[in-house]
Design a protein around this ligand. Structure first.
Ligand SMILES: NC(=O)c1ccc[n+]([C@@H]2O[C@H](COP(=O)([O-])OP(=O)(O)OC[C@H]3O[C@@H](n4cnc5c(N)ncnc54)[C@H](O)[C@@H]3O)[C@@H](O)[C@H]2O)c1
Length: 237
């Protein structure tokens, strides 16, 4: 299976290396030339335990490579993951989707044959449908589906989280796209981690709900810790 990961940042690099470890042929594509030069010379631009060994192993096995070229990469891919940044927009606090749509537009120009384009970036509900619209407008003849596959990994434990996840969430609209994603995630199924298949919007919503849960949880723990410390100070003789 040929896979392109758009964005070789934290999520793109970890996911790309892990998908290569699953057996896919992965090309990580980034617009940042110095990042790709570093990766091609064996330098890993982020620190994540185990990542350098995983990248080295899969590059040596011929399953993982790095490029800045859309034109030579996109056409051969069965699956294209979008893992670019979605920073918080100044002023209104919304996710800035300009990198996602720029990537979608560039992908559209080079599609060949049936391809599934998968949002891995954290995006608001409705974004996958907008990605579909952008690609269709740019390339009316393209044969493609969009899908959503949010990422739940935690920095510092990212490889373990990816290889042994609590669950994988896949939002799809066609059986063909579901079959390709299920095939990609087969090693996860073999360890009996659940794969939840939903529609596009539910998959996008699950990620936001999960982020909200963890934020509330850490806020409550901090308040609890603060109250315990206060109580300890008050009860000291
Ligand atoms: N970092 C995390 O722990 C984490 C966990 C889960 C989900 N996410 C989500 O994953 C997404 C990516 O996050 P990240 O931390 O990997 O971001 P990042 O900033 O580390 O990496 C993004 C990369 O995308 C590249 N890029 C931007 N536009 C591009 C384009 N048009 N074509 C090709 N490459 C392009 C940038 O050069 C950069 O290298 C975000 O939506 C984030 O919210 C992050």
């Amino acid at each position: 299976m040929e896979l392109t990961m758009i964005g070789a940042g934290y999520v793109g690099l970890v996911s790309g290396a892990c998908f290569a470890e699953f057996g896919a042929h992965v090309t990580c594509l980034d617009v940042d030339e110095s990042k790709i030069d570093d990766l091609n010379s064996g330098k890993i631009p982020i620190y994540e335990p185990g990542l350098d060994d995983l990248v080295k192993k899969n590059v040596e096995a011929g399953r993982l490579s790095f490029t800045t070229e859309f034109s030579t990469t996109i056409g051969k891919a069965d699956l294209i993951f979008i893992g670019v940044g979605t920073p918080t927009r100044r002023g209104d606090g919304h996710a800035d989707l300009k990198y996602v749509y720029a990537a979608a537009k560039e992908i559209a120009k080079h599609l060949e044959g049936y391809t599934v384009i998968v949002d891995k970036s954290t995006v608001p509900v409705g974004t996958a449908r907008q990605v579909h619209r952008v690609i269709r407008e740019e390339n009316p003849d393209a044969d493609f589906d969009v899908a959503s596959n949010p990422e739940f990994l935690r920095e510092g434990a990212a490889i373990g989280d990816f290889m042994r996840p609590d669950r994988v969430v896949i939002g799809v609209e066609s059986e063909k796209a579901e079959a390709l994603l299920r095939e990609l995630y087969r090693p996860i199924n073999l360890i009996e981690a659940p794969i939840h298949v939903t529609n596009l919007e539910s998959a996008e919503l699950v990620k936001y709900a999960s982020n909200a849960f963890w934020q509330q949880r850490s806020h409550l723990l901090m308040r609890y810790q603060h109250s315990v410390r206060k109580w300890e100070r008050m009860s000291m003789p």
